[in-house]
Design a protein around this ligand. Sequence first.
Ligand code: NDP
Length: 449
Amino acid sequence: MANSDLLSGFMTTVTERNPHEPEFIQAVKEVAETIIPFIEDHKKYKEANILDRVIEPERVIIFRVPWMDDSGKARLNRGFRVQMNSAIGPYKGGLRFHPTVNLSVLKFLAFEQVFKNSLTTLPLGAGKGGSDFDPKGKSEGEVMRFCQSFITELSRHIGSYTDIPAGDIGVGAREIGYMFGQYKRLSNQFTGVLTGKGLHFGGSLIRTEATGYGVVYFAKEVLKKRGDSLENKTCAVSGSGNVAQYTIEKLIHFGAKPVTVSDSQGFIHDPDGIDEEKLDYIKELKNVKRARIREYAEKFPKASFNEGITPWHAKVDLAFPCATQNELPEEDAQILIDNGCMGVFEGANMPTTEGAVKIIKDKQLLFSPGKASNAGGVATSGLEMSQNAQRLNWSREEVDQRLQSIMKSIHDNCVEYGAGQNGYIDYVKGANIAGFVKVADAMIVQGVV
Ligand code: NDP
């Protein structure tokens, strides 16, 4: 049977078995497109039925999260943890608090995590979790009570050798701190059960910066392979949260010129470029004041705020989507291409839609999928786990060196499986196959479990 028929038969079954889960189906399709032809050439994976097994979570936990708001009213949210795959290590992946969180979004994120964690070269299985709780506009007390209620139930299902959650959208150092405190109180143990902890209680240096820095380290390797560099490249970055901030920071370190930043209301275009001082302002605005990005244009009048528009409308050499899934649709990819953009490096998970990826690859632009280019965050979480287990803290330089060498090895692994005969490197194919092989081999030798 032709690979296209095998793919369409496989996707029909996946769609029937996972109704109302469009994001999960989209993520599975993107992997199946490259894995099915590979499996056809490597029958041991087909005989062990690995593809069907790898798309099914080992366990999904859904629970009630009741909490009391400041007016004394009982409020309710839904909590989730998708424990996707533990073939190569304990479940590992972030928690997301955002109103758009549902089972489809978390299954897609947990599925992507399988390949990403495998690529890091560290012994990390895959999971993802979160809640439809929205921390925006809530008081400190409300956020704390919600976090305590959420982790009170989740604590039964996690542990430093079982499942080690971290942060994601809406879950930063503040939320991790509250959850760690409550977990410690419940378990009566000080263990590395969460990563992204504060530096004074078991956190790792560079963890905060790691995802954004890693994206730029990866982009540097991709450009180097082409005999090019980041120097003087004009860059569009979306989002203004953790990943966006440290992507911008490392771009500045490497002599690139980031000119955009955004949030869900619109984007800032700063033609002069965002420098260290302006970045400090963004960090204060988003992390301390928790305000909207439009205020940037009031502080720096040469910049404009473009309401309801994505950063992909700016004329740039490189694009770094760092906000959320499906934020770079096909029509915006066409605008980037028409404006002479050379490459797209995903900082967020699946920010580029299926149609957009297709035209970007058809035009042979550089393109790195999030599961490869944003793996620096989880890799450094893995380094935090190692430090916790050894009761040691490594220096900033040591962690950063390890992060750089992990990003380089992810890059080289992608090239091994993704290099085409015409010289074009398909990083999507490379990341999918390199990530798959390690997990699939472990699943085979562990038997049908
Ligand atoms: P943050 O919560 O720190 O920031 C998210 C940013 O994205 C905010 O600026 C937010 O704006 C913006 N955003 C959210 N939804 C939308 C939308 N629909 N349209 C436009 N902008 C939007 O999250 P992170 O920076 O941690 O995560 C960003 C992405 O990176 C996610 O896809 C996450 O899964 C991924 N990632 C994160 C890792 C990490 O270590 N943190 C690791 C690997 C991947 P607003 O304030 O308006 O909501």
